[in-house]
Write a protein that binds this ligand. Structure first.
Ligand code: SAM
Ligand code: SF4
Length: 370
């Protein structure tokens, strides 16, 4: 079957059918579109591109939040080192292994180990954990452990880690410097680390927050262009959610933008960005983020999947630790057991006519979704 997909040239070009990625002008026009009937065309186009390139399978990746210690001072995140009231934890190797076994029992193909940038987790200790997960479960292992030095990233890759997630958060250098300060001894260059990860042979994931205070329209368009330039395998797009115990959330750190230039952190803006991400990077694995489920608890999960996403990351973190991994307040699914999470997600996936994918669900190259 030859599937022709509309080009995404912007609201004026809905009737055209081509597989060209949308231009900069078209991306901007879509981001600023507010008319429901026109946006329906964007949702449908993103869904068609998703089906053609990655198919109807929804891949489940079990998320294990292994430590909330962090040396960084990101202005948006509740885990920042400066948040002294947060009680810190670090899971033991045995606890992590037991979550990985649970992932396997639930039929997930991947576990994602996520944490703050925690040097209390020695590189060799983590390499051992990765080796054990691979040996005992055979699952794909994704790491999301911050800006660790190249020797650590390399050691984990050799131990068998398959993928690494590191959001560049915003492609606007000035905004990035404001919200993500460098450490005196550890300057922050996430784009350089993404290139290193690629050279080390990881599948590489990145992403952004939508509606960061100080984020203008042009910078969001550039974010989407950066996804394409990096040829990312996984792309996470979620709303910025204000945390009052952070300098961005309290308004202590601000960046003034001209009137009308601030991108809103609304649910609809996130759907538009997810849909455009699918048009720009048709083959990428795109999760429906927890942050999206947080701002629409009822239908955020389904709508994300119906507007371009094809991955969900059910939480496997033991309940006792979940509320301590408070990136932002009110995180979805904080009190649901891993068992309840997986049953709820399966129902939600099937209710929208999709199915849970089998196997690791790595990147598809060359179209033809399965
Ligand atoms: N420390 C690792 C890192 O920074 O890559 C992984 C954990 S970090 C908590 C994962 C992601 O959470 C960040 O990349 C950021 O996009 C997101 N995040 C942090 N604070 C947030 C907020 N206030 N609203 C929405 N997303 C947030
Ligand atoms: Fe640490 Fe990541 Fe939060 Fe930054 S976003 S403070 S690196 S956990």
């Amino acid at each position: 079957m030859s599937l022709k997909i509309a080009s995404g040239r912007g609201p004026e070009a809905d009737s055209q059918v081509q597989e060209e990625p949308p231009s900069r002008e078209a991306i901007l026009a879509w981001l600023r579109e507010e008319e429901d009937s026109r946006l329906d065309a964007l949702w449908q186009r993103a869904d068609a591109v998703r089906r053609a390139h990655v198919g109807d399978a929804v891949h489940l990746r079990g998320l294990i939040e292994i430590s909330n210690y962090c040396i960084r001072q990101c202005g948006y995140c509740g885990l920042r080192a400066g948040h002294r009231d947060l009680e810190r934890y670090r899971m033991s190797a045995g606890e992590i292994l037991s979550c990985a076994h649970q992932a396997r029992q639930f039929g997930y193909g991947t576990v994602v180990l996520q944490s703050g940038e925690d040097y209390g987790m020695a590189a060799e200790w983590l390499a051992d954990v990765v080796r054990q997960i691979k040996a005992e479960t055979g699952l794909a292992v994704t790491l999301s452990l911050g800006e660790r030095p190249e020797p650590d990233l390399s050691r984990w890759r050799v131990a068998g880690a398959d993928r690494y997630l590191l959001r560049f958060e915003t492609s606007d250098p000035e905004l990035y410097r404001l919200i993500h300060p460098s450490q005196p001894s550890r300057p922050s260059d996430r784009l350089a680390i993404l290139r290193t990860l690629r050279e080390l042979g990881y599948e590489v994931g990145s992403g952004i927050m939508v509606g960061i205070p100080g984020q203008g329209w042009d910078s969001l368009v550039s974010d989407l262009e950066t996804f394409r330039a990096l040829d990312l395998d996984m792309i996470g797009v979620g709303p910025y959610i204000s945390h009052p115990a952070t300098p961005l959330g309290s308004g202590e750190w601000t960046r003034a933008l001209p009137m009308g230039q601030q991108v809103p952190n609304t649910e609809r803006m996130v759907y538009k960005t997810v849909a455009l991400t699918r048009l720009v990077c048709p083959e990428a694995n795109i999760p429906r983020t927890t942050a999206l489920a947080t701002i629409n608890r009822e239908y955020g999960r389904e709508l994300g999947l119906m507007r371009g996403a094809n991955v969900v990351m059910p939480n496997l973190t033991p309940i006792a630790y979940r509320e301590k991994y408070e990136i932002y307040p009110g995180k979805a699914c904080i009190n649901e057991t891993a068992q309840a999470c997986q049953m709820c997600l399966r129902h939600r996936v099937e209710a929208i006519g999709r199915h849970v994918g089998a196997g690791p669900g790595g990147r598809h190259r060359g179209g033809a979704g399965r």
